[in-house]
Design a protein around this ligand. Structure first.
Ligand SMILES: Cc1cc2nc3c(=O)[nH]c(=O)nc-3n(C[C@H](O)[C@H](O)[C@H](O)COP(=O)(O)OP(=O)(O)OC[C@H]3O[C@@H](n4cnc5c(N)ncnc54)[C@H](O)[C@@H]3O)c2cc1C
Length: 408
């Protein structure tokens, strides 16, 4: 039997980041992951995320940023347009006086670097390839029985176990969800033209297609979200036909393309747990909310959840109070729900705004984006949200250096 302060279920980006934050706060942590430990292989860029400035600040604080940046593409411009209309808008790092607008990072590389930092802490125990046999909570502790015969007792248990969270289901935390009726196709491609470190997104009638630059100058990661029937059709095409369809859909902005990886498909669902905590159990990141990937904000949001939770736990530690106090967990829930709700609403507005097909809607979109494109102050505000620098940020990532200070 093991007694610990906090158990984290799930070793994705959120779970591992939380473990590291808590390890630095001298807490005893057990992390339980059903899959294998992060692989030490070089980044393959099969799954990537666009990290914003707030996440960058966090990873700087955690000491993994230099290595993460070495395997990332720092994009300096962003181009968003609508197919078959004049609606378009562009952003540049230079205009915002920043070195980059964001960073395309390999998801497994993020996990790997977090895990290697974690291994320096003797107060953290990670169990990989284990399943949960039992989860019970009492008044003073939570009991987790693992299928490797370990029994873990902790004061607080955190569900960081992703969209189909076992913890959320087991605790019967109610979930609101709706199907975006989109499937995202993810793949790595080689282009004929260099991407010039620009992130591109074209809104097609069936959904958005993003071309995200990777470190090689002519290699991109695509996230092609399309109505489910259309995505099925695209997935069924052979490689050559898919490459042609992709080149046409991207309006050949980077010329003809060649697939460099298998295609992976992800059905997209908005999920939002209406309660994030019960007793000594609390949810973070995708276990609490998942959103459409069109603005690349899901991981960024989850990373701020765990930073906020670690901050509030730290405040309890400083006061020698219960690290699972209901009032503190409710405060966390209110704080991060407000941020998640704003993002859910924004994603819905984007998705609906760009999928309205009538000619008048198209005209208004074109006029609206053209107008915003000419208004530097509004553009700066929009950008500050995308960079993760607006909203109620945790202390750790507030005012981190010149990058953050220079923003409106
Ligand atoms: C196509 C697509 C593109 C995206 N692009 C971006 C982007 O550009 N930028 C961005 O910010 N976000 C992006 N996201 C969102 C981002 O990928 C997620 O928000 C993020 O990975 C969630 O991290 P997490 O740690 O909460 O969950 P996960 O990464 O899902 O990790 C959960 C972990 O829990 C483990 N687990 C599950 N059940 C159990 C159990 N019972 N016991 C033990 N372990 C368990 C799993 O094995 C997994 O390792 C994208 C999402 C999609 C689908």
């Amino acid at each position: 039997m093991q007694n610990t302060d906090i158990t984290i279920v799930g070793g994705g980006s959120a779970g591992l980041t939380l473990a590291l934050l808590l390890a630095r706060q001298q807490l005893r942590v057990v992390l339980v992951e059903q899959g294998p430990a992060p692989s030490a292989a070089a980044p393959a860029y099969n799954r990537v995320s666009a990290l914003n400035m707030a996440s960058r600040s966090l990873f700087q604080q955690l000491g993994i940023w230099p290595q993460l940046l070495a395997g990332a593409a720092a994009y300096t411009t962003m181009q968003v347009w609508e197919a078959d209309s004049f609606a378009k808008i562009g952003f540049s790092a230079e205009q915002q006086q920043l070195e980059a607008l964001g960073y395309i990072c390999d998801n497994e590389h993020i996990r790997q670097l977090l895990y290697s930092q974690l291994q320096q802490y003797s107060n953290v125990q990670c169990y990989f390839n284990v399943a949960i046999s039992q989860l019970k909570q009492g008044e003073r502790e939570v009991m987790l029985q693992l299928d490797n015969n370990e029994l873990v007792l902790s004061q607080l248990l955190v569900g960081a176990d992703g969209v189909n969270s076992f913890v959320r289901q087991h605790m019967q935390l109610p979930l609101t969800h709706w199907d975006y009726q989109h499937t995202a196709i993810v793949a790595k491609i080689r282009c004929t033209e260099p991407h010039q470190l620009s992130a591109r997104q074209v809104f097609l009638p069936s959904g958005p297609l993003a071309l995200l630059p990777l470190p090689e100058p002519d290699v991109c990661s695509i996230v092609w979200s399309a109505e489910t029937a259309e995505a099925k059709r695209l997935m069924a095409l052979d490689n050559t036909a898919f490459e042609q369809a992709l080149c046409a859909a991207s309006q050949a902005v980077l010329g003809p393309v060649k697939l460099q990886s298998e295609r992976q498909a992800f059905g997209l669902t908005m999920r939002y747990a209406s309660s994030w905590q019960r007793g000594r159990v609390v949810l973070v990141a995708d276990a609490a909310h998942s959103i459409h990937p069109l603005a690349g904000q899901g991981m960024n949001l989850g990373l701020m959840d765990v930073t906020a939770l670690a901050q509030l736990i730290g405040e309890q530690q400083a006061l020698a109070e219960d690290i699972a106090a209901t009032a503190m967990l409710r405060r966390y829930e209110r704080w991060r729900k407000a941020e998640a709700q704003s993002m859910i609403v924004a994603m819905e507005a984007f998705k609906r705004g760009f999928s309205a097909k009538p000619a008048l809607a198209k005209l208004l979109r074109g006029l609206g984006l053209a107008a915003v494109d000419q208004l530097p102050l509004i553009k700066q505000q929009l950008m500050a949200y995308a960079l993760g620098l607006k909203g109620d940020l945790p202390e750790l990532v507030k005012n981190q250096g010149a990058v953050v200070d220079s923003l409106p």
